[in-house]
Write a protein that binds this ligand. Structure first.
Ligand code: FES
Ligand SMILES: [Fe+2]
Length: 355
């Protein structure tokens, strides 16, 4: 097994799947932090996450059969309980008590399936980061998934600077290059486990993705973006489009249309990433076409990021000694990487001492 110590933070919750990926008895094979995992929902409705390698000869349990809440390996028929314990060996009476596979703690909450890849005893569901718009009927959106051939921190970097909207997403999510020149983060807050950035663009044209879902396309807007990034790679974005000059900056949101966007970056490997997202809106909730249009716009926009980030990963892989030079806008991403490295080092320290 490849050594992953020092690369990933293990004692924290990661998004493993959207709940719809497990409907109809589906067995989902997904690599998380370089470990093969099989996820399924048993008869009781409980989600189960096990090592996707049978402890006998290493066949994938995801090629097996769900029986009640258990799963049977369809190579030689060994059966495993949700705890990972082997509970049946066809043709063998005695089952060694320790025989089994790793079972990972999992929690289903607000349509997300969370997994804990570290020490199971420390998996406290209270540590799962809450995102109320995913359950609040005042918001409507559609769940999305994309796969990246890049390290998850490059996606975190990308989201930490809204100036990239101007250049990467000029004709989709951004709207103009002006956004990068005329607007500055009004606030960058360093948080204990992440950062918060806020940026205003006043008296601007609505960006293309927003124009597609509104009738008053020519009206000028005051646009506010507030981004929150959390360890290990979870991003929440609040976007407000208020009538220009209507006092949004003083807190008057009359006539404003708002979006709430969550993005969860889960390392598949050290150079590939699972990317889960939802872009929710709070207006015209009886019109399902809005969520569909927004989902299409986001896919278009995220593909622009993906092309750039995957190309960046390739170049950096080709020359790992290449030195990146920082600019002022990199403060949040530097803080995030520093914080994450510190947490990983703290997690490693007891193991190193024991060794
Ligand atoms: S490999 Fe699973 S039972 Fe043999
Ligand atoms: Fe982007």
């Amino acid at each position: 097994m490849k050594e992953t110590n020092g690369i990933f933070l293990k004692n924290c919750w990661y998004v493993a799947a959207w709940d719809h990926e497990l409907i109809d008895g589906r067995k989902l094979a997904r690599t998380i932090l370089e470990k093969p995992v099989v996820l399924y929902k048993g008869e009781s409705g409980q989600v189960v996450a096990l090592d996707d390698r049978c402890c006998h000869r290493g066949a994938p349990l995801s090629m097996g059969r769900v029986e009640g809440d258990d799963i049977r390996c369809m190579y030689h028929g060994m059966k495993f309980a949700p705890s990972g314990k082997c509970i049946q060996i066809p043709g063998q009476e005695q089952i060694p008590p320790k025989l089994g596979v790793v079972s990972y703690p999992v929690v289903e909450k607000d349509h997300l399936v969370w997994i804990w890849m570290g020490e199971a005893a420390r998996a406290d569901p209270a540590l799962i980061i809450d995102y109320p718009p995913l359950r609040d009927p005042a918001w409507r959106g559609l769940p999305g998934y994309m796969h990246y051939d890049a390290n998850w921190l490059f996606i975190v970097d990308n989201l930490s600077d809204f100036a990239h909207l101007a250049f990467v997403h000029t004709h989709t999510l951004g709207g103009s290059e002006e956004y990068a020149y005329k607007t500055k983060p009004v606030q960058i807050e360093r948080l204990a486990r992440g950062f918060r950035v806020e940026r205003w663009h006043e008296n601007a044209d609505a960006p293309p993705y927003h124009k597609k879902v509104i009738a008053d396309k020519a009206a000028k807007v005051d646009r506010r973006n507030i981004g929150h990034m959390h360890i290990p790679g979870i991003f929440f974005l609040e976007t407000t489009f208020a009538p220009a000059g209507g006092g949004a900056k003083r807190g008057d949101l009359t006539g404003a249309r708002q979006y709430r966007n969550c993005q969860f970056m889960t390392p598949e490997t050290r150079r590939t990433t699972h990317f889960f997202w939802n872009y929710l809106h709070d207006f015209d909730l009886d019109n399902p076409n809005i969520a569909l249009s927004l989902r299409d716009s986001m896919i278009e926009g995220f593909n622009e990021d993906k092309a750039l980030i995957e190309a960046q990963q390739k170049l950096l892989d080709a020359d790992p000694d290449f030195k990146l030079l920082a600019i002022a806008a990199d403060a949040p991403l530097s803080h995030f990487r520093w914080t994450l490295n510190k947490l990983i080092a703290e997690e490693q320290a007891p193991m190193a001492a024991a060794a």
